[in-house]
Design a protein around this ligand. Structure first.
Ligand code: ADQ
Length: 767
């Protein structure tokens, strides 16, 4: 059976055909180190390397990173290249050499003593020294030069994180042909915090990042704070709703992509014999035994809220003496950035606090906190995640927090409880965790007690919900989302032409293949109507669809509406109807996410009813419930009422996170199940399902649509089909455009006509 990883990598390759992949990150995926046994190759821990390395192994390409290992220089050729993985080389690792003083000023200076605290809103710890800044610009320049050297023409360059904020602009200056994507792994601060950074530096940071074509953050919140900072600092055109920034003639698309973990790999690891053995070993330790176990797993970083957590544990033990000797808190800590004073001080403080708490409450050989600063094998960590009754994530600020997701992935017995800080990015998705505020010591302490007494059924209910969500939103989903967004941008770079200028090419392309027509309905086959029910296919439209069908072409109607509804409105039998943006198909074959969508039906219904009730007084508002999704149409609502409509809907949707999301369309708010599915994936799934993996050789897909949701399909079919945007308002990923539904009808008639008739029409259709 094909694994999730293989499936996803195939999808990534298909989205970016014929493009070299280049990853740029501070940390390298393979480190050569000198040891007593000679040179050893280590793979640094961390989710990002674990996710991107298999992708690079499958697609090939170049990974550019700082050569930080003691034997790194000996392992490379004259061009600083080494092929990796060493045992079975698949791609090139290009190392860059940063002089020690640059590392000092950039990595230990600006990156970790200015940007890191700034972005985590710990302004009191930020040091904006000019020498740090100069070192940072220099390090970025070195990375940028290596990238400009390595990247082939038009390469897809994917930069990672806050060490490389100014590189995108530097790279663009040298290589405007490249497709530059940057992902920012930490929060973005609000303007009042960001402006504490000296003006010259903060401007250059923003300008640097705006060198990218696509910029990603974990959360929409960070995307918005970034856009606000841009709007206040630079003379740029900022479109917050669509996430576009136009600056100095270049457009950057800013989107959110919540990162995740390799769920399948954790599942395999945690069920392995080695992990089970480790569980027994942990239980055999006298500090643990058969006690209730809570765990914390962190790098020793002041953003993780470790002292706050220790205070809460202290208070919990004082308030709930029942747990003395019956409870143990295991703190797995990884010392980090220890050359920086704030980190050394934190480590000392944490160790002192643990010693004090252990002395205060310890008795009969029992101590409440087991501190593990040394590194342990992955199976040992997985064992802790699996056996824990409670995991505590108490970040004061955190871009995402992968520990929370790893704990959920490892909870195969579904008995544990996640205590999650509402200030961690992960809280936005993990709505079934027990929420804590790390600054509220009393509430935090009580939450620990509550977690330990939750009935098993309740714990299971919560854990199952989070596991189901995580299974569908893993690291591969994240990668696919980023790559899909990038592929839409590539398509957008190709100039969109009016379709009638290119009919000859279509004539040639279709000669040895049959057509599969994917047609959106509203705004494509019929003009947008004032109310949803007023849009009905005309007799002309029905006639041409029938002719196409009888001519042996497959016709698929792809709509945001319910499949049953769209079938009634189109009124032609024998077509394929895909409803709810491809979540349902009006035939026996259903897409792979259908079952998950079904489970959300009840919640969607309740949400629609709540919106209806709260906004019943707004004239002109139409709430269209579509079984698996809903649309709130405000086309006919008085302008002054629109902000209230948006606010009320957004607040109500918040109560249904993370499974239901809100998207804005043309004067409509779309409430959709948050599933890894869109019209693009639906179309690719259908083609493969119906015509096999080699469908490209057999059929020519033609996709016509007018909506933002159709952009996913344009991106998915870029280079492999004919994509047509109807009346596009802005840049589109479609290769062609048509003015209105009347032109669409002309085009369909032209397609339906026999070859001779098409020739006679002299390639220009006439209404
Ligand atoms: P980090 O701040 O490092 O990452 P996090 O996402 O929680 O934070 O953890 C990263 C990885 O380190 C996890 O795989 C975890 O297992 C591992 N790890 C942490 N402490 C450990 C320990 N004591 N022992 C062993 N392993 C440990 C940054 C951002 C986050 C964001 C990630 C990814 O700060 O907000 O989630 O990048 O984008």
């Amino acid at each position: 059976m094909i694994t999730r990883r293989e499936q996803s990598i195939n999808a990534i390759i298909a989205r970016l055909p014929d493009r070299q992949h280049v990853v740029v990150s501070n940390r390298e995926p393979y480190v050569h180190k000198r040891s007593r046994r000679g040179t050893v190759v280590e793979r640094p821990p961390g989710g990002l390397v674990a996710a991107l390395d298999p992708m690079m192994q499958a697609v090939g390409g170049v990974w550019i990173a700082w050569g930080s290992g003691s034997a790194d220089r000996e392992a490379v050729d004259a061009g600083a290249h080494v092929r990796v993985p060493p045992e079975d080389p698949r791609y090139v690792l290009r190392r860059v050499w940063l002089p020690p003083d640059v590392v000092e000023r950039s990595y230990y200076g600006f990156a970790n003593q200015a940007l890191w605290p700034l972005c985590h809103m710990a302004v009191d710890k930020a040091r904006f020294r000019r020498s740090y800044w100069q070192g940072y610009v220099e390090a970025n320049r070195i990375f940028a030069a290596a990238t400009a050297e390595e990247a082939a023409s038009g390469a897809f360059v994917w930069m990672q994180d806050y060490h490389l904020a100014v590189a995108p602009r530097q790279i663009r200056a040298a290589r405007p042909d490249l497709l530059l994507v940057h992902f920012w792994h930490i929060p973005w601060p609000v303007w009042d915090v960001f402006r504490t950074c000296p003006e010259a530096q903060r401007r250059a940071l923003l300008e640097g990042l705006l060198g990218s074509d696509l910029l990603g953050f974990h959360l929409d919140r960070f995307r918005q704070t970034f856009l606000e900072c841009v709007a206040r600092e630079l003379d740029a055109e900022v479109d917050v709703e669509n996430g576009f920034v136009d600056y100095h003639g270049h457009r950057t698309t800013v989107r959110s992509f919540p990162i995740s973990i390799d769920v399948e790999a954790f599942d395999t690891l945690v069920r392995s014999r080695e992990t089970v053995r480790w569980m027994a070993r942990w239980r055999a330790r006298p500090e643990i035994g058969d006690r209730r176990v809570a765990i914390g797993v962190d790098r020793l970083d002041y953003t993780k809220g470790i002292p706050e957590r220790l205070r809460a544990i202290d208070r919990f033990l004082r308030r709930h003496p029942y747990y003395l000797e019956r409870f143990v808190f295991v703190q797995k800590a990884a010392p980090s950035r220890t050359r920086i004073t704030a980190y050394r001080q934190l480590q000392e403080r944490v160790e002192r606090m643990i010693a004090e708490i252990n002395t205060r409450h310890g008795r009969n050989g029992w101590r409440p906190i087991l501190y593990i600063p040394e590194s342990i094998p992955p199976a040992a960590l997985a064992a802790l995640y699996r056996l824990a009754d409670v995991a505590v994530v108490s970040s004061l600020q955190d871009g995402m927090n992968l520990v929370a997701k790893e704990f959920i992935a490892c909870q195969v017995d579904e008995h544990g409880v996640l205590l999650l800080s509402e200030l961690a990015g992960a809280a936005e998705e993990m709505a079934h965790a027990v929420r804590i505020n790390p600054y509220d010591e009393e509430g935090f302490a009580e939450a620990i007690a509550q977690a330990l007494t939750l009935p098993l059924e309740e714990r299971r209910r919560r854990m199952r919900a989070m596991r189901a969500y995580l299974a569908a939103h893993d690291i591969f989903w994240w990668m696919e989302e980023v790559v899909a967004a990038a592929s839409r941008l590539i398509a957008r770079r190709v100039e969109t032409r009016h379709l009638f200028e290119d009919l000859e090419r279509i004539e040639v392309a279709r000669r040895d293949r049959s057509l599969v027509l994917f047609l959106d309905f509203d705004g494509t086959l019929v003009p947008i109507a004032p109310t949803p029910d007023a849009a009905v296919a005309t007799l002309d439209v029905q006639a041409v669809l029938r002719r196409l069908r009888s001519g042996g072409h497959e016709v698929v109607i792809v709509s945001g509406r319910a499949a049953s509804r769209i079938q009634t409105l189109v009124g032609v039998d024998d077509l394929v109807y895909m409803g709810n943006h491809g979540l349902e198909v009006q035939s026996g074959d259903q897409p792979p996410v259908r079952a998950a969508a079904e489970r959300l039906r009840g919640q969607m219904q309740a949400l629609s009813e709540a919106i209806h009730a709260r906004l019943a007084d707004v004239p002109g508002l139409a709430v269209e419930h579509k079984d698996l999704s809903s649309s709130v149409h405000y086309r006919q609502v008085d302008r002054t009422q629109v902000p209230r409509v948006r606010q009320v809907v957004s607040n109500l949707v918040d109560q249904y996170r993370p499974w239901i999301t809100l998207l804005r369309g043309k004067e409509v708010l779309e409430l959709r199940p948050n599933l890894p599915w869109d019209k693009g994936r639906a179309v690719l799934w259908w083609l493969e399902h119906r015509f096999g993996p080699q469908w490209v050789d057999r059929v020519l897909p033609v996709y016509v649509g007018d909506d933002r949701t159709d952009e996913d399909a344009f991106g998915a079919l870029a280079g492999r089909g004919i994509t047509v945007a109807v009346a596009p308002e802005g840049p589109t990923a479609a290769a062609y455009s048509l003015r209105d539904p009347a032109e669409v009808l002309d085009f369909l008639r032209w397609l339906a006509a026999g070859e001779a008739a098409r020739q006679a029409a002299q390639t220009v259709p006439i209404s």
